[in-house]
Structures are given as structure tokens and as C-alpha cells.
Design a binder for this molecule. Structure first.
Ligand code: XMP
Length: 512
């Protein structure tokens, strides 16, 4: 049995960060709803519980609470910020609204290096973000740390099982935060720290076999990291019982279909079919220039093609999806809880809810970087695991104006050059996305002695952390120059290359 830590979610943006920190220490961790019942929690069997922070105030009447009996279970508990205040309130302590609150860096004095503060010096730099505070600790507790103006910053019960801290150990602005969490996990809760991705893979394989039995599973492959890792994992569990479907929508990059085919039929020997629906997509896109219409057409056509193909798979009971943990948490909070979890994220190009399958989501406990580690564990190549994001509507939103066979051919050839040159560039690892865009303008040029009147290609090369904001990359001129001259010389139909130097916002990463 692996050690599991349950993180109670009281709505803090940091709950996921806490979960990550814990897993990084080799301890498996799950985020659970704050109102989970004692019995449900016991079912998960956690060796420790962390109560996260949250934006509410325990002094408000309808603020999120928890099953009080959980505090009497013989499980170590760490309450952080709101979690500490709730713990204090439920156990008979006093929580008060502060006059001004504490936000930002603070210095705390600890009363000894015990429990979560084991082997630590005092004072400690910490990061605070709270309005309310614990004015009196519950009976049986003692103050473990306070700020210079005597605000209680940490508390501990007599048995050394329950701890509360007012500050945030999970953020980088609390320099010793990781050690405090580590002390809680290993020193207080006795975790072993032996959770690895290899173990995760073994457990998943067992779980998938148990769930699936002798039914078949349909897996939609998109060419992206998540669906590829999900497919490789399910394949190692049930082999040919998984039928993978890849829809060629005609707006993929050059060589993409062949790469996928080679990887999954030759290296992985999946039961794998490629549905060449490119003509159907291109026909549907003919004459369409509006970006949102393009997206809608591609989405709908995909659903129809996938539905037809899935219907031809015999005794298929499950549909595999590469849903990740952040998607799960997002849909949980967006829909107000597990009851609405049946409607899960549909990563495979947005499948509708009425497909008659049960969902198999073997990655739903993982973060993106953990998925990459798992992919490595399963032997997937680095080139696939480190792939840049590629939009579902593909090259259709990188051809401004109408998508035709000719415009696709030009863009594909230009895009290959961008990729080739950048892969050879030492800063490639820092680039979030890099691609070519075909513009709907022609410009005059001269090649040899002849006047040309040809297409313009724009280069879009950006850095980003999460695609919410992005900045253009200050590439060395030699690289820009080489990409430009190669495109103009090698791609028929292009006589001008421009570099997009806009950031997001106010621009977006894609041009459409
Ligand atoms: P924007 O252009 O909005 O893009 O700055 C942000 C990120 O989302 C990707 N993107 C899409 N992905 N379907 C997708 O699956 C889409 O319609 C779509 N539009 C943009 C884009 O490549 C970038 O990573």
C-alpha cells in the first residue's frame, strides 16, 4: 500500500501547489472536497491530512467547513491559513477578524524546533496572506510561533498530531516552506516517500485490467502528449483490447501522420487505425474564412468521423481520454462537486456527452510534467513528450483566409523549415510555440531577373508559461535570416517572410 495524503480543498488557488510539493517528495497525494465525510475519507485511507487555505472567512455564516469528526481520527493534520482557522474554530479556539490583515513577507519566532519546525532556526521568513487570525488556541493546543506583534502564526496540539500554520509553506516566498512540509510528512506523519512514477504505472496497469475486464476500449489519439501517454499505458495493460483511432483531419503538419503511424504501429504495435478524413474536412472548409466557423466545422466534422469509426469497433465499452488532474479539479470547482464529474473534460477534440461509453481516464491524477515522466517510464520518445502545444483546428487557423490544398502545401513546407532551424538552436527548450502563418496578402519581389508576386509568411515564435500570456522570442538575427532565406528559396509561392513581434496580451499566440 502506498502512503496517501489528502489535501482538503477550501478554494485556495494554492491547493494544487500543495499537492505538487507533496508528490515531489515521493508521497502520493489527492485533493478532496472540503465536505468529504469521515467515512469517505477513511475509505481513501490517508496517512495524513492537509487543510488548505481559502478565500472565505470562518466568521461568515456559510463559509466552507468540514466534518468535525475527521479531526478526532488518529491521523496527523496540518491546517494552513484558512485550514488553521477552521481547525481552531471547530476545536473551541477563537478566531478574530484582524484590523488590517497581514499580506506579504513576515518574520516569525518559533518557540522551539519541534514537530513541523524540527531542526529549524528562529526567526523564519514566511509569506502571509490573511485577514482573520487565531486569537486563542483551542484547549490542549499551544502556540508554536508568533510574529513580533504577537499574532499567533503556528499552533500544535499536545500529542504533536495536529498543527496549524497561518502562513503559506507551499509558495517560494517562504524559503523554508518545503522543509516544513517535509517535516510534517516524514517526521510527524511517518511517510515513507517511496512513491514513484514506476509504481504509479504498475498500479495503473492493475487498475485498468480490473476495470476493463474483457471489454474493448476505444482510444482517440490526437498526436499530443496526453493521449499518447494514456494510449501507451492502456496498451501495456490490455494490449489488443484497446483500439486506437487517429483522425487525419487534413490540417496536420507535414509528416505528422507518418510519425504517429510509425510510433504506434511499429514501435508500440497498437491495434491502431488512421482514418483519412482529410478530404471531408477540406471540403467542409471550402470558402470559409471566419476563424470561429473554421473551428466549429472542424469540431463537428471530427465528432461525426469519430462517432462512425467508434461504432464499428465491436464490444467497446470504454472510451479512453487523456484527462489530466488540473482538468479534473477545474471541472470539479466549476460544477460544484463530484456529482457533476460524470461530465468530464473531453480532450479528444471535444467529444459530445452522448457517446455511449464509460470513460477511462488513467491520467486523471497527474500533472502535465508527471505525464511526461510517466511517458518516459513507458519508453515514449522525447520528441513526442516535449512536443509544443498544437491547436485542435491545426493549420486551418494558421492560414488566414480560405484553407485550400495549395495554401496547406505552402504552409506545411514553410513550417518544416521553422521547426528544423529552431530545433538546432540552443535556446529551443525555452520556446513555447514556434510556427509559420500564411497571410492572405501577396507582395512584389524579384527572383533572378524576374518580378514575382507571391505569398507572405509570418513567423510566430513565443515564450510562455501557460499560454495565458506570451512574449515574442528575441531570436538571434542569423537564425531569423536563415529561416527567412530558406523559406523564400525552398518554398515555392513565398517571396517574403516577416517576424511577428507582438506579445500576448494584447495580441494572441495564434493569428486566428
Ligand atoms: P491564443 O491564440 O488564444 O492561444 O493565444 C493560446 C493557446 O491555445 C492554443 N489554441 C487552441 N488549441 N483549439 C486548441 O486545441 C483551438 O481552437 C485553439 N486556439 C488556440 C494555441 O496554440 C496556444 O497554445
Amino acid at each position: 500500500m502506498k502512503d496517501t495524503v489528502a489535501v482538503f480543498d477550501f478554494g485556495s488557488q494554492y491547493s494544487q501547489l500543495i499537492a505538487r510539493r507533496i508528490r515531489e517528495m515521493g508521497v502520493y497525494c489527492e485533493i478532496v472536497r472540503h465536505d468529504i465525510s469521515k467515512d469517505e475519507l477513511v475509505g481513501i485511507g490517508p496517512v495524513a491530512v492537509v487543510l488548505s487555505g481559502g478565500p472565505a472567512s470562518v466568521l461568515e455564516p456559510d463559509s466552507p467547513s468540514m466534518d468535525r469528526e475527521i479531526l478526532s481520527l488518529d491521523i496527523p493534520i496540518l491546517g494552513i491559513c484558512y485550514g488553521m482557522q477552521l481547525m481552531a474554530q471547530l476545536l473551541g479556539g477563537v478566531v478574530e477578524k484582524g484590523r488590517s490583515g497581514e499580506y506579504g513577507p513576515a518574520l516569525i519566532e518559533t518557540t522551539g524546533s519541534t514537530g513541523i519546525f524540527q531542526d529549524m532556526e528562529s526567526p523564519l521568513h514566511v509569506w502571509m496572506s490573511h485577514g482573520d487570525h487565531v486569537a486563542a488556541v483551542p484547549e490542549g493546543f499551544r502556540v508554536l510561533a508568533s510574529t513580533h506583534d504577537c499574532l499567533i502564526s503556528a499552533m500544535m496540539d499536545k500529542a504533536g498530531r495536529m498543527f496549524g500554520i497561518q502562513f503559506h509553506p507551499e509558495v517560494v516566498h517562504t524559503p523554508k516552506g518545503v522543509e516544513i512540509i517535509r517535516n510534517f510528512l516524514f517526521h510527524v506523519a511517518g511517510c515513507r516517500g517511496d512513491w514513484t512514477m514506476g509504481r504509479f504505472a504498475e498500479e495503473s496497469v492493475r487498475r485498468i485490467r480490473d476495470t476493463v475486464g474483457d471489454s474493448n476500449v476505444i482510444c482517440g489519439l490526437s498526436g499530443g502528449v496526453d493521449s499518447a501517454v494514456a494510449a501507451a499505458l492502456i496498451n501495456s495493460a490490455i494490449g489488443d483490447q484497446m483500439k486506437a483511432i487517429f483522425v487525419d483531419n487534413g490540417v496536420l503538419r507535414k509528416g505528422e501522420v507518418d510519425e504517429i503511424r510509425t510510433l504506434f504501429t511499429e514501435d508500440y504495435k497498437l491495434d491502431f487505425r488512421i482514418v483519412d478524413a482529410s478530404a471531408r474536412f477540406i471540403d467542409a472548409l471550402r470558402g470559409v474564412t471566419d476563424p470561429e466557423r473554421k473551428r466549429k466545422i472542424i469540431g463537428e466534422t471530427f465528432i461525426n468521423v469519430f462517432r462512425d469509426e467508434a461504432a464499428s469497433v465491436e464490444s467497446a465499452r470504454f472510451l479512453a481520454q487523456g484527462t489530466l488532474y488540473p482538468d479534473v479539479v477545474e471541472s470539479q470547482s466549476a460544477h460544484g462537486g463530484p456529482s457533476s464529474m460524470i461530465k468530464s473534460h473531453h480532450n479528444v477534440g471535444g467529444l459530445p456527452d452522448d457517446l455511449d461509453f464509460e470513460l477511462l481516464e488513467p491520467l486523471r491524477e497527474l500533472f502535465k510534467d508527471e505525464v511526461r515522466v510517466l511517458g518516459r517510464e513507458l519508453g515514449l520518445p522525447e520528441s513526442l513528450l516535449m512536443r509544443q502545444p498544437f491547436p485542435g483546428p491545426g493549420l486551418a487557423v494558421r492560414i488566414i483566409g480560405e484553407v485550400t490544398e495549395e495554401s496547406l502545401a505552402i504552409l506545411r513546407d514553410a513550417d518544416v523549415i521553422v521547426q528544423e532551424e529552431l530545433r538546432a538552436y540552443e535556446g529551443y527548450g525555452d520556446i513555447w510555440q514556434s510556427f509559420a502563418v500564411l497571410l492572405p496578402v501577396k507582395s512584389v519581389g524579384v527572383m533572378g531577373d524576374e518580378r514575382t508576386y507571391d505569398n507572405v509568411v509570418a513567423l510566430r515564435i513565443v515564450t510562455s508559461l501557460d499560454a495565458m500570456t506570451a512574449d515574442w522570442v528575441k531570436l538571434p538575427y542569423e537564425i531569423l535570416g536563415k529561416i527567412s532565406s530558406r523559406i523564400i528559396n525552398e518554398v515555392k509561392g513565398v517571396n517574403r517572410v516577416v517576424y511577428d513581434i507582438s506579445s500576448k496580451p494584447p495580441s494572441t499566440i495564434e493569428w486566428e
